[in-house]
Design a protein around this ligand. Structure first.
Ligand SMILES: C[S@@+](CC[C@H](N)C(=O)[O-])C[C@H]1O[C@@H](n2cnc3c(N)ncnc32)[C@H](O)[C@@H]1O
Length: 225
């Protein structure tokens, strides 16, 4: 079925509809295994310090933000969809993580949270139904990574059979890294496609590919917020 993007040029209508029935009293969303593996590899869990701050872009139901907050991070989770954010805030409150997880609604094509100094800025599957200069949005957000902090993006590198988007032209990790345009001032830590076995929302499994890019800001490097 073609997604209905007609109600909002930003695609917000599609996402609000998708999260409309989100029930914060239901089981919490699981974190993305590709993200938890990356966090382990980069020694991000436990967080580098007591006050470590993370920013998640396009958090959706917020499984990754909840997981990081439970591990001790202070997380700001951003999405365009109010339905997703209000359910996530309520889930965080019920899990006793309300003081560790804030939500902010932004259309990332237009705005990002106020500048700050963050030890981790990341986006997992920030894919949408309308044309968006995603590279520019991600670059804007990367400006708030602190010296020594990490910027990470995980994209779909294949279409799972249950995905709303079926395509066979997924950009490579190298394409993704180039599209970010971060350049000098960053040390590239991970840039690769990774396969894993995934379970669909209604059962069934399939091998999927995640495109994973992570970079660390060098001291004094890169453009600032
Ligand atoms: C494919 S979902 C991924 C959600 C979550 N990160 C995950 O891994 O499950 C894409 C998310 O991007 C959000 N999104 C789409 N366009 C956006 C925009 N312009 N600004 C902020 N969030 C946006 C959607 O609301 C949706 O939650």
């Amino acid at each position: 079925m073609e997604p209905d993007t007609t109600r909002s040029p930003s695609g917000r209508g599609f996402w609000e509809q998708r999260y409309r029935d989100e029930d914060p009293s239901g089981p919490p969303p699981a974190p993305n295994p590709a993200f938890t593996a990356l966090a382990g590899e980069l020694s991000l869990v436990p967080p580098p310090s007591e006050g470590s701050r993370a920013l998640e872009l396009a958090c959706g139901r917020g499984g990754d933000a909840l997981w990081l907050a439970a591990a001790g991070w202070r997380v700001t989770a951003v999405d365009i969809a109010e339905h997703a954010l209000s359910a996530l805030a309520e889930r965080a409150r019920r899990a006793g993580l309300g003081d560790r997880l804030d939500v902010e609604r932004h259309d990332l094509a237009r705005s990002v949270p106020a500048p700050g100094s963050r030890d981790l800025v990341y986006a997992n599957y920030f894919h949408t139904v309308v044309d968006l200069d995603r590279g520019a949005a991600l670059r804007r957000a990367a400006r708030s990574v602190a010296d020594g902090g990490v910027f990470a993006v995980i994209d779909h590198g294949s279409s799972a059979p249950w995905s709303w988007e079926q395509r066979d032209d997924h950009p490579s990790a190298e394409d993704l890294w180039r599209s970010l345009g971060l350049g000098a001032g960053w040390t590239l830590l991970v840039c690769e496609g990774r396969s894993r076995l995934a379970r669909g929302p209604h059962g069934g499994t399939a091998t999927v590919v995640d495109t994973v890019v992570a970079a660390r800001r060098r001291a004094g490097g890169g453009e600032r917020a």
